[in-house]
Design a protein around this ligand. Structure first.
Ligand SMILES: Cc1cc2nc3c(=O)[nH]c(=O)nc-3n(C[C@H](O)[C@H](O)[C@H](O)COP(=O)(O)OP(=O)(O)OC[C@H]3O[C@@H](n4cnc5c(N)ncnc54)[C@H](O)[C@@H]3O)c2cc1C
Length: 247
């Protein structure tokens, strides 16, 4: 049986798109009706493959935005000069089909037995797998304390805004807006660095479990600062989206 599940994960399959929902002007959540989905862990990703009429193929990875047990969803940020993301955010409609394989990844994942307290650090679309972790925490009734620091360029760029405004018990959501802040903004207004982490992160002595996700530069800065502040490297899990996304 394990062999069958593995083959299913590694082989490409076609899934109908059941919904496309706008999150921000440049971000869409795409829900897929994947036949025989083997289930996934919070934090895993899928690969998406697009093939054009000439047979040209482009493959990209997207974190799974939904919790285990929920329909598979991905949340994609459009990069105007990108190859794949503009198609996914602007062209794809409910009823279309997407080719995908997965779930993939066994390191950047969380389940209640992993414990906490959880320190979640997101830059831009790096919020996606962390949202899956928060939803999984809530759906399983976990009481592990969780703190999310989410860096976005502007308020309009905050993904899952309404959901994050109603955090579950035991979850704190802290925003920083790096480029522009609305009048009366009381959150942070600077990039995440060692100083900001010193104000927001759980103390290392509490042995938190940190998940850092976003553009590569964000992940490097944040993970290094956490380790320098005393977090054991094995308690700082990182997922790099590349030189993309915004924070
Ligand atoms: C594990 C993982 C999970 C991810 N999850 C998500 C997610 O949940 N949501 C999400 O939005 N993204 C996610 N990503 C990023 C995603 O895989 C894509 O990289 C992203 O969507 C951009 O793809 P694209 O084809 O639109 O852009 P690309 O065509 O790949 O271009 C990306 C950028 O690179 C530049 N570029 C391209 N080619 C060159 C070149 N030759 N020289 C210089 N610059 C170049 C482009 O100008 C553009 O700014 C994830 C990545 C990984 C690895």
């Amino acid at each position: 049986m394990a062999g069958t599940a593995l083959r299913r994960r590694l082989s490409w399959q076609v899934a109908p798109v059941s919904a496309v929902v706008p999150e921000t002007p440049s971000v869409r959540t795409i829900t897929l009706d994947v036949p025989d989905w083997p289930g996934h862990q919070a934090g895993q990703h899928v690969d998406i493959r697009l093939t054009d009429e000439d047979g040209y193929v482009a493959e990209r990875s997207y974190s799974i935005a939904s919790a285990p047990g929920e329909p598979v969803a991905i949340t994609v940020e459009r990069l105007d000069d990108g190859e794949v993301s503009p198609y996914l955010t602007d062209e794809l409609r409910a009823g279309d089909e997407l080719e995908l394989r997965g779930p993939i990844g066994g390191y950047f994942v969380w389940a209640p037995p992993d414990g906490g307290p959880l320190l979640l650090l997101a830059g831009g679309s790096g919020i996606v797998p962390l949202r899956a972790i928060l939803r999984h925490r809530q759906r399983t009734g976990s009481a592990v304390p969780a703190r999310l620091l989410y860096s976005s360029r502007t308020l309009a760029d905050v993904i899952y805004h309404a959901e994050l405004d109603r955090p579950a018990d035991g979850v704190e959501v802290i925003h920083t807006l790096t480029r522009q802040q609305p009048p009366g903004w009381t959150g942070y207004a600077r990039r995440v660095d060692a100083g900001l982490l010193g104000e927001v992160a759980w103390p290392a002595a509490m042995m938190p479990l940190a998940y850092v996700c976003g553009p590569t530069s964000f992940v490097e800065t944040v993970s290094q600062a956490l380790v320098q502040s005393g977090y054991p490297p094995e308690r700082v899990k990182t997922e790099r989206f590349g030189a993309t996304g915004g924070s």
